[in-house]
Design a protein around this ligand. Structure first.
Ligand SMILES: Nc1nc2c(c(=O)[nH]1)N[C@H]1C(S)=C(S)[C@@H](COP(=O)(O)OP(=O)(O)OC[C@H]3O[C@@H](n4cnc5c(=O)[nH]c(N)nc54)[C@H](O)[C@@H]3O)O[C@H]1N2
Ligand SMILES: Nc1nc2c(c(=O)[nH]1)N[C@H]1C(S)=C(S)[C@@H](COP(=O)(O)OP(=O)(O)OC[C@H]3O[C@@H](n4cnc5c(=O)[nH]c(N)nc54)[C@H](O)[C@@H]3O)O[C@H]1N2
Ligand SMILES: [Mo]
Length: 778
């Protein structure tokens, strides 16, 4: 790498998914401060540097798991010690496994879906390197869609002819909302907690600014959510519905609007298809059940009078209906999206500024940002000769049931037989549901390889661990399609221990397998940055901008693209001139009922928006069961930086905080600060009680991301740290999308009076020196 830490005296920058930073150095010590102009810097960044310099959780040297090294054991992952090996030995072993598995079983037996957020930066994107490398040696089985919004990714093309990404980029701008919206009905809220983050970086955090501006302009906000805190406006009204019943509530609203003849028939006729099929369902012609506000009230636990009054306001005021991504991360997650869009179509104001339908405002920073969209180049991944691909959240199913059939988007597939699993830039023992089941599945592959900079639960469950640098230790470029700022990311600290970049790891492997020329194309990391910048200049020139040459850019550290402001009204062109701008759907309009989906004949995703009971919900629960809401954590990004000071400060007796209503706490003999056991038949964890009347009495909220730390305590194995994914359900939310249903789970709670074992996952795992491995001749 041509750039060295501390080399130059000029302003130096770096970037993360949670923001952009200026790095300064005093007496040899680096510090970061949010970049000038960031309207509302993220809390997460304050823990970044410390977490990346923590000797207990950073991985210093390559290691191989002892049982695997000695006898290719597959059963003791997570319990075994590691053996420290040289880089050469680790690379030889991994290259040997890739060759062996490919030759013996075919490359589809290499699973490198490797889902995860990795880190910001155009070049050092771990998954891209992994896939580019594997594509030079015969390919791999991949994964499709995301944990964030798989239901939307599969559904929206059918409904709107747009991919989820296109739909997101075309979302009506915040500036329009601030100016025109009279009523915002926000399912799952619009939260500053999640708006801290933007995949691959952001120069500012403006969602709260836009939101306050809209409220100051008179926008009323109804937060439809089990938690009051999901919306940032202190004045918001709170409709505390039962989790996972949004579709029923929306049907109740639709029924009231339709019964009063207040729906916009003209809009529905011109811009949608399938309306009559849906009305027959809404009114009960098809199933004998009218989806009236009274019917909805019994399901969602919101008064029928409140539903009627909200319906009335929605008809009278310029209303925007929006859903957070989290609402569809639930059983039958397609339905609330489909029904929200249908409800907006009934109001007839789709395609106008400030009204219509939104998805993901506040879920991440850039949704609704009034800006142009520039597709900056990224590292080419090559072509994958293997066409096997699984829905991303079906990883445990694949490992446990190779050969078994499943449906996805209207087709039937079979799970491949994965023998080698490789993760780089993700943490399945953070992100997957039902982690105790994943532990069982994880015993199936012959070999697991992980590239990580930190001792995450996933790194601890690998056979070969490659220690990699964090983005603070390398030069890169931050460029984001909906951000005006391009940053040169300078290395801020020295590489930790013997860590290498992911690029160096895969270069070493490609050398061993004879594909170095194809993998590197003769470039080192600096040459790749120059190459990517060169391509960026062409992209910019197509967009009517002149970028400086690489060295000038690097010397300045920053380039702010001119004339980036642009306002969008979603569906504007289509609504103004539907004949000239039809949607790429089966009818050319928004499909309220969809014939293609109906023809799939899926019991869990019929051809129009429908209320279907979730696998677990409060409408079919015992009195002592609570609904677990496990959303995104405020002080960190998923599991990233959990060992850092900002996240740790929020813990209670070292456990992840969980939020419950004071009445629920009292009923269970729990006081603020107590340790709570949260359990169901899938698993159990400990967490620290925080009491709040901003949550429904029958819910408990436990954020994701406490590093998974299962221990045998008081005679049973439980996660002692507070990871909700020991409790969640590992099943596809429907046979259409197979998306995760992380927000669907019932639990029971009690005050924990057993011993409180120390958190072990923030201490390094046992690592023994190479020569002590008995009888080893490696
Ligand atoms: N219960 C529940 N579970 C959920 C969710 C929920 O709402 N509820 N949400 C889901 C969602 S939406 C998501 S997106 C997922 C997130 O799941 P993940 O994206 O898997 O979570 P992260 O902790 O961001 O994992 C990224 C990992 O990459 C590592 N990393 C960072 N930079 C680099 C690098 O340069 N190289 C390498 N090799 N590694 C690097 C980090 O150390 C970290 O361990 O979780 C899902 N899980
Ligand atoms: N600080 C921080 N920000 C993040 C992330 C992070 O890890 N940390 N992760 C990023 C990622 S990868 C993603 S995908 C986004 C996700 O962004 P979101 O999906 O918007 O976030 P969540 O916290 O999962 O869900 C939002 C809220 O939905 C509510 N909710 C849960 N179930 C229901 C329901 O059935 N009905 C209704 N109406 N509400 C419900 C919960 O109260 C929850 O607080 O966040 C991003 N932003
Ligand atoms: Mo996500």
């Amino acid at each position: 790498m041509g750039f060295r830490y501390g080399e130059s005296m000029k302003k130096q920058f770096t970037a993360a998914h949670w923001g952009s930073y200026e790095a300064t150095r005093q007496d040899g010590r680096a510090s970061l401060r949010p970049i000038e102009g960031d309207a509302n810097p993220s809390l997460i960044g304050r823990g970044w540097l410390d977490a990346m310099q923590d000797p207990k959780t950073r991985i210093a040297r390559p290691v191989v798991r002892k049982g695997w090294l000695e006898r290719r054991d597959t059963q003791e992952r997570g319990e075994d010690a590691f053996v420290e090996v040289s880089w050469d030995e680790a690379l030889d072993l991994a290259a040997g496994e890739v060759a062996r598995v490919g030759e013996t079983h075919g490359n589809q037996a290499i699973f490198a879906g490797s889902y995860g957020w990795a880190s910001a930066g155009r070049f050092h994107h771990a998954q891209s390197h992994l896939r580019r490398f594997l594509n030079t040696v015969g390919g791999f089985t991949g994964a499709r869609d995301t944990y964030s919004h798989a239901a939307a990714e599969v559904l929206l093309p059918h409904l709107t002819g747009m991919s989820n990404r296109r739909f997101q980029d075309a979302m009506t701008s915040w500036s329009h909302i601030a100016q025109h919206t009279e009523l915002l009905v926000a399912f799952g809220g619009v939260s500053g907690r999640t708006a801290q983050v933007s995949a691959s970086g952001t120069s500012t955090h403006e969602v709260e600014t836009w939101f306050s501006q809209a409220v100051a302009n008179g926008m009323a906000v109804v937060n439809v959510s089990p938690q009051a805190s999901d919306v940032m406006a202190p004045t918001a009204e709170w409709l505390a519905l039962r989790p996972n019943t949004d579709t029923a509530l929306m049907l109740g609203l639709a029924h009231a609007i339709h019964a009063n003849g207040q729906h916009d028939q003209d809009f529905l006729d011109r811009h949608t298809s399938g309306w009559q099929t849906f009305v027959d369902y809404l009114t009960g012609v098809t199933d004998g059940i009218a989806k009236s506000p009274e019917w909805a009230a019994r399901i969602c636990d919101v008064d029928a009078t409140e539903i009627r009054s909200l319906a009335d306001r929605m008809v009278r005021q310029r209303t925007k209906i929006t859903l957070t991504w989290g609402v569809q991360r639930a059983d039958h997650g397609e339905q609330p999206i489909w029904m929200g869009l249908t409800l907006a179509a009934m109001l007839g104001e789709i395609g106008q500024p400030g009204t219509g339908f939104g998805f993901g405002y506040g879920s991440v920073t850039p949704v609704g940002r009034p800006t142009r969209d520039i597709r900056w180049p990224s590292l080419p991944q090559g072509n994958n000769p293997v066409d096997e691909i699984i829905p991303v959240a079906r990883i445990a199913d694949m490992l446990l049931r190779p050969g078994e059939e499943y449906t996805y988007n209207g087709a039937t597939h079979r799970f491949p037989d994965a023998r080698l699993v490789w993760w780089a830039g993700g943490n399945p023992f953070h992100h997957h549901q039902d982690l105790f089941r994943l532990e069982q599945a994880w015993k199936r592959p012959e070999t697991v390889i992980v590239n990580e900079h930190s001792w995450t639960a996933t790194a601890r469950r690998a056979d070969i661990v490659f220690p990699v640098t964090s983005s603070l230790e390398r030069a890169d470029i931050m460029a984001n399609r909906r951000d005006p700022m391009l940053l040169f990311m300078e290395p801020v600290i020295e590489p930790y221990g013997d860590a290498r970049t992911d690029y160096a790891v895969f270069t070493g492997l490609a050398e061993r397998l004879g594909t170095e020329a194809a993998f590197t194309e003769g470039r080192d990391a600096e040459a790749w940055l120059r190459e990517l910048w060169g391509k960026s200049r062409l992209t910019a020139s197509d967009a009517g901008m002149d970028l400086p040459d690489f060295d000038t850019f690097r010397a300045a550290g920053m380039f702010v693209c001119p004339d980036m402001d642009a306002e969008i009204t979603q569906f504007g062109d289509f609504v103004d001139h539907p004949e000239a701008n039809p949607l790429a759907t089966e009818s050319g309009g928004i499909t309220i009922a969809n014939q293609k989906i109906a023809a799939f004949r899926l019991p869990d995703c019929p051809g129009h928006p429908s209320w279907i009971e979730p696998a677990e919900w409060l409408g079919a629960a015992d009195d002592d069961q609570l609904h677990l809401v496990s959303g995104q954590p405020g002080p960190r990004l998923h599991g990233q930086l959990d060992p850092g000071p900002v996240s740790r400060k929020t813990k209670i007796q070292d456990r992840e905080p969980c939020t419950l209503h004071p009445a629920t706490a009292a009923r269970n003999g729990i006081a603020e600060g107590d340790i709570v056991l949260i359990e169901n038949h899938r698993g159990a964890c400990l967490a620290g009680a925080v009491l709040s009347d901003g949550i429904r009495e029958d819910c408990i909220a436990l954020a994701t991301g406490a590093w998974f730390d299962p221990q045998v305590t008081d005679g049973r194995r439980l996660d002692v740290h507070g990871n909700p994914n020991v409790l969640t359900i590992d099943r596809g939310c429907s046979g259409l999308s197979q998306g995760t249903m992380a927000h669907t789970a019932l639990v029971r709670i009690s005050r924990w009076t057993g011993p409180l074992p120390p958190i072990s996952v923030f201490e390094p795992p046992a690592v023994v020196p190479r020569q002590t491995v008995a009888g080893s001749n490696y």
